[in-house]
Design a protein. Structure first.
Ligand SMILES: Cc1cc2nc3c(=O)[nH]c(=O)nc-3n(C[C@H](O)[C@H](O)[C@H](O)COP(=O)(O)OP(=O)(O)OC[C@H]3O[C@@H](n4cnc5c(N)ncnc54)[C@H](O)[C@@H]3O)c2cc1C
Ligand SMILES: Cc1cc2nc3c(=O)[nH]c(=O)nc-3n(C[C@H](O)[C@H](O)[C@H](O)COP(=O)(O)OP(=O)(O)OC[C@H]3O[C@@H](n4cnc5c(N)ncnc54)[C@H](O)[C@@H]3O)c2cc1C
Ligand SMILES: Cc1cc2nc3c(=O)[nH]c(=O)nc-3n(C[C@H](O)[C@H](O)[C@H](O)COP(=O)(O)O)c2cc1C
Ligand SMILES: Cc1cc2nc3c(=O)[nH]c(=O)nc-3n(C[C@H](O)[C@H](O)[C@H](O)COP(=O)(O)O)c2cc1C
Ligand code: FES
Ligand code: FES
Lengths: 313, 255, 313, 255
């Protein structure tokens, strides 16, 4: 049974990765998880300089979900290369480094520096973080800027370039198409949805940043619809993310057109979730008599006319 | 660090809304040191979604004991568990209290459920031949448990038992009368109390270790969700789950 | 303790209404609920002709939420006037009729006919249903069309006109401002979020329409952020909707700037939820020594600079 | 129709993955007629969010009995409940079976958990002086319960008990040999079986009432979530929860 798949020239041993910001840099969980069972690890977003992140409180639980406002706390690209990459190199899985910056130039500088390093297989670009130059509005909500950045980064690397899209836009398919046309090798979605929670005792927002990013099982139906919408319009691989905590969840994403998935928040409840999901998909394929998990990709039995445009109330 | 399903072998109500559960958790029990905690999966629903962190209160052979207060949905569900039920636990987590050191008298200061980690610490201190004095603060006598502690001094907000006032005020009185030398404070409780305790220790230049609480998602350093501000160093925050929960009071700034 | 509030010239006895499509036409639950405890009832969306609605399967449960694809099944405006309105008139609460049509003209025709009727206190306009003329894309995702429709409907009635906004757009605040400028007396949000679920056994979408609308506690953090965003930019009352099932939930919405709330999905679990929420808010106000529940509206203790534009990852 | 918290007074496993719970629910018990159902809140978490509908299987004085299969998370949690636990139930809901009528023989046809409503119906039929013959289909003997039914004929998919094949095939054999006159069929089970039964009744022009299952959100007609296609009339769909769950097989088109 074939579980592997490729993006550009890089092979992933199976279709389950762990999502950026939910698995650290891999070393934190070495006692608990055999990462050889993962298709890949996506690192926490890296910026040029280290980032302290936002003040507490950074997380709040919500019904079947959680809000976070980490503020892209990360060690910075130099410390990453020095302290984290050596360990990641030793791991028997594909390493995807996620980049998040606050200006075009910073994105380019970080990618250029990382592209020279040994042991990085692919890049994922987090476009849903604030563009300081643009007054804090994220690139991710501006289609032409996202496309422009994709083109600039494309020119800088031969490695697979995955653009991670924000769901906080009206038509994610426009963004998907735009980054495909600008040379991205794959897209991944969804990043977190803007959300908020209030402590009615103190009348203060629970998060220090007022709003935060919603993740977890609660958002899975939204993520699935966004992935389905994006997969309709692009030919490059789509990586589905959002509330996945079981093989069944992951298979839903494959069926609507995702070539692979990432497991995020579920790692906080059980860091071995990704490995279990990969095993579960394999078992499902065997039971269904498939030769290649790829046969599931886009195998949804639905008539598409009768789709996203439909009224649902 | 282990992730395992364990069975509840006993359940006891110790005070108002305060419960103790013993878990049969061989490996984890052996590895646990005073001040470390478990991250417990309340049940297998997606809501409550996240694990809940609890200090290990005692270790008896293969069993671990946790002591907790019902403050919300998760602890409410936990309090409803029965002997024989299974729990999935992750632990032991965090940096233990530093028991060794050049002090003779260990002064334990606990506010409310801050008492949880101290039965286990008390045992270790006595093995280490330290004298121990324990100061407990609670809202009322009904909210208090002294079990497994020694030389206990009590303060209650309403004066229903012992000193009427905060446990830190009680501690100050003790200090002014006893003037202990070569002492070290171990504190755990609500943030406001931790701050007062840390100020007291600072003013008297007493070595003081605090066990901090705060929301956590993962408990193992992968979510960056549990920062506490550092007093110094180029890093602005430490992570409570992996760099704590125990900190030297000099190293952290409590909001 | 004052619980009442007004929109335009109409008073609602308290700040808790039941949401469109989640309380029928009021008669279905008469054995269970004393609606006198509600600030108001919003009817199921009405169209000119009766609508059969979508084929089964119309609902699917998701983590802390549900997807629906009812297809605006409704009796049509004429049967409503004949069979449903007489009962609604007898109720000791404010009656808001919700309208959903598939063309500008149909919206106007339905409102014109209803405006002549006795016993209707206000209108809520559901703009998130497909505009057949525009190829099924909902008005709701087009800011200028939403504004144009608001202006046309405004010209037809002296009664309070509430525009119900869809959350499936990048900046809901643009829509809020636009409808305020076009003469709306209030806005309500959020309607459901586009979502999807797949049955991996049959490999078919769970809903007959592929995608549907997500509602329930799962979406509350998203709804709260959208209401907060909208309330920052408009002066007219904002009605908060989304996953509310307790007084605590409702108070979060009031604090971020909602003048009132609507309870939706929670009615399916317990149709008395709205009444309980209203009582709970009153109790909270008494405990907090407030003279008027209105003191809670927008009383969030937050510094707004540090807000929606912030990075949250 | 009432909404109330009721206590579980007994719990029994009747077959493989098949459980019976009795609930002390005075008012609702008095109001319930055969074929009606309850919408049960599994617990107070937000997940599972919606109530779960279950036919009333028996009424004994003040107690109601439900009979259910573990098919997913909700029924799994329900099966884990213990005597003394409380459940919040809404009922009785839906249109009962029509027991009165010009027939002498009532033919009960149940597939799998479709058996649930028939103990209660059997009692009513016998009060109404009707003869009763019961046909039960199940995957294997282990999945079967005949309790509280009379004149039972069994069909199993694997032939481990009674006739090997579907319960509708068994019914046809019975009909061809017995040629019953003035009979009425009452059916409940999986949609595929309901369709076969309805076709059989249609071909032989036998009066037939079906109790339909399908996803529900509210159970009381306010969500429009439970349509079934109508055979005639200007309305295209009926709502299973308020216009059913019992329908004359002629009035509905089963997908
Ligand atoms: C390292 C560590 C050790 C802990 N040890 C113990 C212990 O031994 N015994 C014990 O009773 N509690 C302990 N706590 C606190 C315990 O984790 C919380 O009380 C619990 O998570 C609340 O869950 P809940 O679902 O019942 O409450 P929620 O519904 O999650 O919250 C209810 C209320 O409790 C507050 N709260 C939630 N989580 C925490 C938290 N982590 N710390 C403080 N307040 C919180 C919330 O702000 C809210 O006001 C510890 C916390 C940490 C971080
Ligand atoms: C009027 C009515 C009466 C019913 N009476 C009984 C009864 O007496 N005993 C009994 O065991 N079951 C009965 N059912 C079915 C029962 O409601 C479902 O089995 C239950 O809701 C499943 O919940 P779950 O969370 O365990 O499964 P879920 O996790 O919700 O679903 C698991 C599987 O069961 C299927 N399923 C879910 N809901 C239903 C449903 N309403 N009908 C059929 N399949 C469903 C799902 O499609 C899925 O394949 C009745 C249903 C209705 C509508
Ligand atoms: C605590 C936390 C931190 C995250 N940090 C990042 C990050 O640094 N970069 C990024 O691209 N996505 C980040 N994400 C988003 C996740 O990678 C993922 O896209 C999102 O959480 C949805 O998936 P999930 O529901 O499985 O968590 C973070 C999510 C969480 C919950
Ligand atoms: C089954 C169902 C039917 C609905 N029908 C309508 C409708 O006809 N018109 C409308 O404007 N909103 C409709 N809604 C949306 C609700 O009014 C509400 O905006 C949304 O569900 C979010 O609130 P909630 O999470 O409290 O349900 C419907 C929602 C549900 C779940
Ligand atoms: S709780 Fe996740 S890093 Fe500390
Ligand atoms: S289940 Fe809601 S209308 Fe039937």
């Amino acid at each position: 049974m074939k579980t592997a798949f490729s993006i550009r020239n890089v092979e992933f041993k199976n279709r389950v990765l762990v999502a950026s910001g939910t698995f650290g840099y891999g070393d934190e969980v070495k006692e608990l998880v055999d990462v050889a069972g993962l298709g890949g690890i996506v690192t926490k977003s890296l910026s040029w300089k280290p980032r302290d992140g936002n003040p507490p409180r950074r997380i709040a639980e919500t019904p079947s979900g959680m809000l976070n406002s980490i503020g892209l706390a990360n060690v910075g690209v130099h410390a990453f290369i020095e302290k984290k990459l050596p360990y990641l190199r030793t791991l028997d899985t594909t390493i995807v480094v996620n980049i998040a910056a606050s200006s075009f130039d910073e994105y380019c500088d970080v990618l250029r520096l990382l592209d020279e390093q040994e042991g990085i297989d692919a890049f994922e670009i987090n476009v849903s973080c604030p563009n300081v130059k643009e007054g804090g509005l994220s690139f991710g909500a501006d289609c032409s800027k996202t496309a422009e950045m994709t083109a600039r980064l494309r020119a800088l690397t031969e490695k697979p370039l995955i653009i991670k899209l924000t769901p906080n836009v009206t038509h994610v398919s426009e963004f998907a198409k735009a980054v495909e046309d600008s040379g991205a090798d794959a897209i991944s979605l969804i990043n977190t949805l803007i959300g908020m929670a209030v402590d009615i005792k103190t009348r203060k927002p629970k998060l220090s940043t007022v709003t935060g990013g919603l993740s977890g099982p609660a958002i899975r139906p939204i993520a699935l619809a966004k992935v389905y919408e994006a997969a309709q319009v692009v030919d490059i691989p789509v990586i589905g993310i959002g509330g996945i905590s079981s093989a069944e969840d992951a298979i839903e994403f494959l069926l609507v057109g995702a070539s692979a998935v990432q497991v995020g928040t579920a790692n906080f409840i059980d860091p071995t979730t990704g490995v279990q999901v990969a095993q579960g998909i394999e078992a499902y394929c065997r039971q269904s008599g498939l030769k290649d998990a790829g046969e599931l990709v886009g195998a949804l039995d639905a008539n598409v006319e009768f789709s996203v445009l439909q009224s649902w109330l | 660090m282990r992730l395992q399903d364990v069975r509840i072998v006993s359940r006891e109500q110790r005070a108002e809304g305060l419960f103790a559960l013993s878990l049969d958790a061989r490996e984890i029990a052996r590895m646990t040191r005073p001040g470390q905690f478990l991250n417990i999966r309340i049940d297998h629903e997606t809501s409550p979604l996240l694990r809940r962190p609890f200090s290990v209160s005692r270790v008896e052979g293969d069993t671990l004991e946790i002591l907790f207060n019902v403050v919300g949905r998760g602890t409410e569900i936990l309090a409803g568990k029965r002997v024989g039920d299974e729990l999935n636990i992750l632990g032991p987590l965090g940096v233990p209290f530093r028991v060794e050191g050049e002090y003779d008298l260990a002064v334990i200061v606990a506010g409310g459920l801050g008492v949880a980690p101290f039965p286990l610490l008390t045992g270790a201190l006595r093995k280490g031949r330290k004298k121990v004095q324990s100061f407990l603060g609670a809202r009322t006598a009904a909210h208090l448990t002294e079990k497994y502690l020694v030389n206990v001094h009590v303060a209650t907000d309403d004066g229903s038992l012992g000193f009427r006032g905060t446990v830190v005020q009680l501690l100050e009185e003790f200090w002014n009368t006893e003037k202990p030398a070569k002492a070290k404070i171990f504190g755990c409780g609500p943030t406001r109390m931790m701050k007062a305790l840390s100020d007291f220790a600072g003013s008297k230049d007493i070595e003081c270790e605090l066990s901090l609480e705060g929301e956590m998602a993962c408990g193992i350093g992968i979510c960056q969700g549990c920062p506490v501000e550092r007093a110094s160093g180029e890093k602005k925050y430490s992570l409570v789950c992996v760099e704590g929960p125990t900190f030297n009071s000099r190293d952290v700034i409590l909001g």
